[in-house]
Design a protein around this ligand. Structure first.
Ligand SMILES: NC(=O)c1ccc[n+]([C@@H]2O[C@H](COP(=O)([O-])OP(=O)(O)OC[C@H]3O[C@@H](n4cnc5c(N)ncnc54)[C@H](O)[C@@H]3O)[C@@H](O)[C@H]2O)c1
Length: 334
């Protein structure tokens, strides 16, 4: 049994606690939150768990083998570093850290100590993303041509991070999961409608050296909620609508071709629109599967799907996007 200690019982922490509690390989030993009122809620539901307002108590608790960090991003690095230095495996909430230097340092520390370091990119464990991965990997939709995601709603303006840091980690992790080649550069623009200068609308493009492009539209300022990703392959195209209760994925047998080199030069395109099908997807809770992967990574010493390396690459893209926004959309090479 892996002794789990959770730091942060705000909005997301309760979901982590419930899933680690149900994980047969894990035993939740302790929860830390700076706010006593949050700990009281844990105490009512889980009387056996040790509670503390000081994260250090948990980081030095010998019953705790692995620390789960669900606090705001600015605190991730220091807490994760201390946990690793004390010989604990670590799961960090997304985004991994506030900058890529911190992420790399944590990865090196975990490697040098032979400890598991993972990032909770929950979406990778959803049935929908597993199906998209399968459609791409099996060659069913053909070579990827584009990835275009929209994640907008009337969202809570965050006081410390902009809309890309808040919303794009989900979509960036999916992109990096299905397209393994490293991007070349990033362009981004955005606007802040508040006095703190933190962008509440932003558009980000990730450029590649091969025939593929990825685009992200994130906003806390939309009257409607949209969670939609278009993934275009040379053979088929996928529409992933995360707001659909069950039919989240539609595969369109849609494409185009040039019948000859001459037609290609003349930009004469022949379109093909065929059937649309809705694949069945796994509906098991993604966060539970994430906890199983974390436990398996610790027990078997293997890299989890949402590895620290993937988490670090997400942070690198976010960092480049922020640089580009600050430079009015300038292309930032990676
Ligand atoms: N994977 C997902 O889908 C998902 C969803 C929501 C949030 N998150 C991530 O989870 C993390 C937490 O987000 P949230 O919305 O739950 O934040 P939150 O502000 O609601 O909760 C954070 C909690 O951490 C506590 N805390 C902060 N610093 C602490 C410290 N040093 N020691 C002890 N307690 C401390 C606070 O008191 C608070 O209760 C963020 O990284 C966020 O991006 C992930």
């Amino acid at each position: 049994m892996i002794g789990i200690g959770l730091i942060g019982y705000g909005y997301w922490g309760p979901n982590l606690l419930r899933n680690f509690w149900n994980n047969p390989h894990c035993d939740v030993k302790a929860v830390a939150d700076a706010r006593q009122e949050r700990l009281s809620l844990v105490g009512k539901q889980y009387p056996a768990i040790t509670l503390t307002t000081n994260a250090k108590d948990l980081l030095h608790n010998s019953d705790v083998d692995a620390v789960v960090i669900a606090t705001p991003v600015q605190t991730h690095y220091a807490l994760a570093k201390e946990a690793l230095q004390n010989g604990k495996h670590v799961l960090i909430e997304k985004p991994m850290t506030a900058n890529s230097a911190e992420a790399r340092e944590l990865m090196e520390l975990a490697d040098s100590k032979g400890l598991t370091l993972m990032v909770d990119h929950t979406f990778l464990y959803t049935g929908a993303v597993a199906k998209i991965h399968e459609l791409v990997d099996s060659g069913t939709i053909g070579d990827l041509a584009y990835f275009d995601s929209t994640r907008i709603n009337l969202g809570l303006f965050q006081p410390d991070v902009n809309v890309l840091w808040d919303l794009a980690p989900h979509d960036l992790s999916i992109l990096l999961h299905i397209e393994k080649r490293m991007p070349r550069s990033v362009n981004a623009t955005g606007i802040s409608h508040t006095a703190n200068g933190i962008e509440n609308i932003a558009f980000m493009t990730v450029n590649y050296d091969h025939d593929f492009i990825a685009h992200f539209n994130c906003s806390w300022t939309s009257p409607v909620k949209v969670r939609q990703t278009l993934i275009g392959g040379k053979q088929k195209m996928v529409v992933y609508n995360d707001l659909e209760p069950s039919e989240k994925i539609r595969v369109y047998d849609t494409g185009y071709k040039h019948n000859s080199e001459e037609e290609k030069v003349k930009i004469m395109v022949e379109y093909r629109t065929g059937d649309v099908y809705i694949p069945k997807i796994d509906t098991q809770e993604a966060l539970y599967k994430m906890t199983l992967d974390f436990a398996a990574a610790i027990m078997e010493g293997k890299a989890p799907m949402a590895s620290a390396e993937l988490g670090c690459r997400v942070v690198m893209l976010l960092e480049a996007a922020q640089q580009s926004i600050n430079a009015n959309g300038k292309e930032i090479k990676l």
